[in-house]
Design a binder for this molecule. Structure first.
Ligand SMILES: [Zn+2]
Length: 291
């Protein structure tokens, strides 16, 4: 694709983001890595629904503007942090899709093992720690997750997704927002049903066959419950994420029997990690004080 076609594609994806309601006002930004030290990106203060190829800017990998009549987006550091960490990534899309952003505001982790396509295309989706948008500290909030997922929810802000083309980078956001919406609708109806472990394994096998990676299949995860045990739960204490609206999917595998006999599995008992740590801390403090 030549530069003009790339600019057209960014404008086209901008219209799709705007028409889906993923970018109010001048929200959202899109970038494409042209080379070692050149990135095409959208300008600040222009609606993503009405972008013209001439509006786009080129910046270097430090965010310095190299060309373009309009000023580059203020959130370019987020895009560059992803491109530096993952050199194979060509395009980054950031926007504020309402349903995924609702999970970002509620700091509710995205449940697994509900929709087959979501298992294959997304897998577990992480939520970052909140930082003020624009500066380097904000851009760096994606670093713990950037190698484990192609879409990341930004706490109290929106989403960022990335891929080898502009369209692919956008896809993950569209799939995630549709999923978040379905979860909210199903919860309104009264319950969310999860598929069982053999069915979840079948999907992960398909995913491997199709060449997608999944953080749940990484070395060291062999004995983990692929539905109930969110791979990003270690980050929850720092980011303030906790299961409140959706319970953990039922425990699976050998642990399931134990939990059925008396809530040995904290995930199945609906306890989140923070509550568990608190319960253990209380017990230790009680023992120390001799109560
Ligand atoms: Zn934003």
């Amino acid at each position: 694709m030549n530069l003009h076609q790339l600019k057209e594609e960014i404008c086209d994806i901008g219209r799709r983001i705007y028409n889906k309601g993923f970018a109010a006002g001048n929200d959202g930004n899109i970038s494409y890595r042209l080379g070692e030290n050149e990135v095409l990106c959208t300008p600040t203060m222009v609606s993503k629904g009405f972008l013209r190829p001439a509006d786009l800017c080129i910046v270097d990998m430090e965010g310095n503007q190299l060309s373009g009549q309009k000023k580059r987006t203020s959130e370019v550091r987020l895009h560059l942090a992803i491109m530096k960490a993952r050199p194979e990534i060509k395009s980054v899309v950031h926007c504020h899709p309402p349903h995924a952003t609702a999970f970002a505001v509620a700091r509710e982790p995205i449940p697994q093992c509900v929709l087959p396509e979501v298992e294959v295309f997304l897998g577990d989706v992480p939520i970052t720690k909140y930082e003020t948008p624009g500066d380097q500290a904000f851009a760096d909030t994606i670093l713990p997750f950037v190698h484990k997922s192609n879409v990341i929810i930004l706490a109290n802000h929106g989403t960022v997704s990335f891929g080898e083309t502009v369209e692919k980078a956008y896809w993950w956001t569209e799939i995630l927002d549709a999923y978040c919406r379905i979860l909210m609708l199903a919860k309104d109806l009264g319950r969310v049903s999860y598929f069982d472990e053999p069915k979840a394994r079948e999907l992960l096998d398909l995913k491997t066959k199709w060449g997608y990676t999944d953080a749940r299949l990484a070395p060291g995860m062999e004995n983990c419950d692929i539905c109930a045990n969110d791979v990003f739960r270690d980050s929850w204490a720092q980011s303030g994420v906790a299961r409140k609206a959706f319970e953990a999917p039922p425990a699976m595998g050998p642990k399931a029997a134990a939990s059925a006999n008396g809530a040995a599995n904290p995930a199945a008992a609906g306890l989140d990690q923070e509550q568990l740590i608190q319960a253990i801390t209380d017990r230790v403090m009680a023992a120390l004080s001799g109560k």
